[in-house]
Write a protein that binds this ligand. Structure first.
Ligand code: OXD
Ligand code: MN
Length: 603
């Protein structure tokens, strides 16, 4: 079958469909050898040793960072590249106005020469993996081919990898075919192509997380959202958390914020002492992606986290912003593109801006250049890239929810949308109903950050925080959201939050982080019919006395400003949604038009 050397034992586990596809891809990529990954600890150790030897990884000081390693990616390859990300189908209408389109046959034609021979002199790794708890009705099998050992090691953290995937797949042909090569990491020859009709992904020329760990954004969001629409389920860019009230009542909440708006921090929130003492607990199921379906028995929306690890932004993470994330990354973690600090004993530490430690006197920054606080200031140069990441197994999380691995998922009581908005959007409000909630989610605006390449700090419309991740036409995606209501007998309540409102002096009005528990409590109480709300033009809002502000040291003006709904600002907001509405012109679901009309009427 294959002309290249491969490890016989592991290959035998794969079924005929997988073997045939891998043989075809090997014929195209022409690797020197093929390694079929088994996901074992021994395999991981051997890969790490090789990666340390060839410089792909640098071992960190094992006393401070047991099991942790450092990786620096090519400096032209440090974020998702949305302008090089394509949905490839026979017709442009299938992908709609918000995706980059390539005709599927054209795409194969364009990428085949790039993959042709791209693995000469390299090893081709075959990674079987499962997205979702094993045995879950939504769990999906993927097989990723890659020439990057760094990708193999990250996939080993982010997914359930190895034999479990062959067990889940059985004799089926139903797996996502993920082909990846770093190529020569040339941005001019970088393509992240999705073929939803073929259940396939071809990614060339990047080794960065979202472009290269194909189980994550590519499979678990773009391909999964396409499949979800066909099969009546939802793949969303959301965190998933449990909130336990005193007495043990458990409420599960999913929340969608655009990239780098603090999803990981919120998912791992530590309640302030007063709340913890009273018995409130917050637990994490996931920090980035949820898959949801209607449980036929309860009629409620159930959710799982398809991932098995966290790929979190590092700068700004510290013992104050997210102590649980600090514990997640304390061992067995891969740090990518933070600063590397050589120590006197010949070992290495890591550092990043806004961490728990003072800046080192000297270090090597994310570009591999010498960095000192002085150089940083003079050249306006960061030590860690703003989008530098940690990859850590979810089993490291001290507040991992006991149901995080439950194949049946958890019932979702609330969906929270949010964005980074310095003006206009109040701290929290609740949608009048599901359809209104979909409108609120569809019109999320957020000030851009460094998670994707492009300009930072401008308000971008980001429907459901899914703009870069919807794998098909946004019109059909919104219709799918509206229609899900009909399948549920008891639907989640929908909320909007904004932790980022500023006063005229540019200071954040809300303390955020653990104090978000105060807002979360109001949301939980609303879900259970316990909290008061007043009707406003935007939706149901707490009065000042409905949110516990005790001990916060906020002045009355700040609270007024946080909760202010200014009709003139709301008018401007509606006008600024026009860009999104125009993009969808002619294709806009009528519910969106009605909801906007209702909002204008309330004004
Ligand atoms: C991520 C992102 O990496 O949303 O999670 O960019
Ligand atoms: Mn994300």
């Amino acid at each position: 079958m294959l002309s290249v050397q491969e490890n016989e034992v592991a290959v035998e586990q794969a079924n005929e469909h997988v073997r045939t596809w891998v043989a075809d891809m090997a014929k195209l990529c022409k690797p020197d050898q093929i390694v079929w990954c088994d996901g074992s600890a021994g395999e991981r150790q051997a890969l790490i040793s090789d990666a340390v030897e060839d410089g792909t990884l640098i071992e960190l000081n094992q006393k401070k960072w047991p099991g942790c390693h450092y990786h620096r990616s090519n400096s032209n390859d440090v974020a998702r590249t949305e302008h090089l990300t394509f949905i490839c189908t026979p017709s442009e209408d299938m992908v709609g106005p918000t995706n980059n389109y390539m005709n599927d046959r054209e795409a194969y034609k364009k990428l085949t020469p790039l993959f042709d021979g791209c693995m000469q002199g390299r090893t081709m790794y075959v990674i079987p993996f499962v997205m979702g708890p094993l045995g879950s009705p939504l769990a999906k099998v993927g097989v990723q081919i890659t020439d990057s050992p760094y990708v193999v090691l990250n996939m080993g953290i982010m997914t359930r990898m190895g034999q479990v995937a062959w067990d889940q797949l059985g004799d089926d042909a139903d797996f996502t075919k993920c082909l990846h090569s770093v190529g020569d990491v040339n941005p001019d020859r970088r393509y992240i192509c999705h073929f939803p009709l073929d259940n396939a992904i071809w990614s060339f020329g990047s080794g960065y997380g979202g472009n290269a760990l194909l189980g994550k954004k590519c499979l678990a969001l773009r391909i999964a959202s396409f499949l979800g629409r066909q099969q009546d389920w939802m793949a969303e860019h959301m965190l998933l958390m449990g909130v336990e009230a005193p007495g043990g009542e458990k409420t599960y909440i999913a929340a969608a914020f655009p990239s780098a708006c603090g999803k990981t921090n919120f998912a791992m929130l530590i309640p302030p002492k007063k709340y913890a003492d009273a018995g409130w607990k917050v637990t994490t199921l996931g920090d980035d992606i949820v898959w949801m379906w209607v449980n036929p028995e309860s009629g409620r929306l159930h959710a799982i986290n398809p991932e098995a690890g966290y790929f979190g932004v590092v700068p700004g993470t510290n013992g104050r912003s997210n102590p649980n994330a600090m514990k997640c990354m304390a061992r067995d973690t891969i740090f990518t593109n933070v600063a590397l600090v050589p120590l006197d004993d010949g070992t290495y530490d890591v550092w990043w801006e806004d961490s728990d430690w003072p800046a080192p006197k000297k270090c090597i920054n994310w570009e591999g250049k010498e960095w000192t606080p002085q150089i940083g200031k003079e050249k306006n140069m960061k030590a860690a890239h703003p989008n530098s990441r940690f990859t850590a197994p979810m089993s490291n999380n001290p507040v991992l929810d006991p149901a995080a691995r439950d194949p049946a998922g958890v019932p979702v009581s609330a969906i929270i949308f949010g964005g980074r908005r310095s003006k206009t959007i109040p701290l929290v409000y609740q949608a009048f109903n599901w359809v209104h909630g979909v409108y609120i989610g569809a019109t999320i605006g957020s000030e851009t950050t460094a998670a994707a390449t492009g300009q930072t700090g401008v308000v971008r419309r980001d429907p459901m925080a899914m703009l870069p991740f919807i794998g098909y036409n946004i019109r059909d995606y919104l219709v799918h959201w509206f229609q899900m209501r009909k399948k549920m007998s008891d639907c989640p309540r929908v909320f909007m939050v904004n932790w980022f409102r500023k006063n005229d002096a540019g200071k954040f009005l809300w303390p955020g982080f653990g104090e978000n528990m105060r807002v979360l409590k109001w949301i939980v109480d609303r879900c259970h019919g316990r909290a008061y709300a007043k009707e406003t033009i935007l939706g149901w809002m707490p009065r000042a006395e409905d949110i516990d502000l005790e001990g916060l040291n906020l002045d009355v003006d700040d609270i007024r400003e946080l909760e202010r709904v200014d009709p003139a600002e709301v008018k401007a907001e509606i006008l600024s949604q026009e860009e999104l509405f125009l993009k969808l012109a002619g294709d806009l679901p009528k519910e969106m038009i009605f909801q906007r009309e209702l909002l204008i009427t309330r004004l």
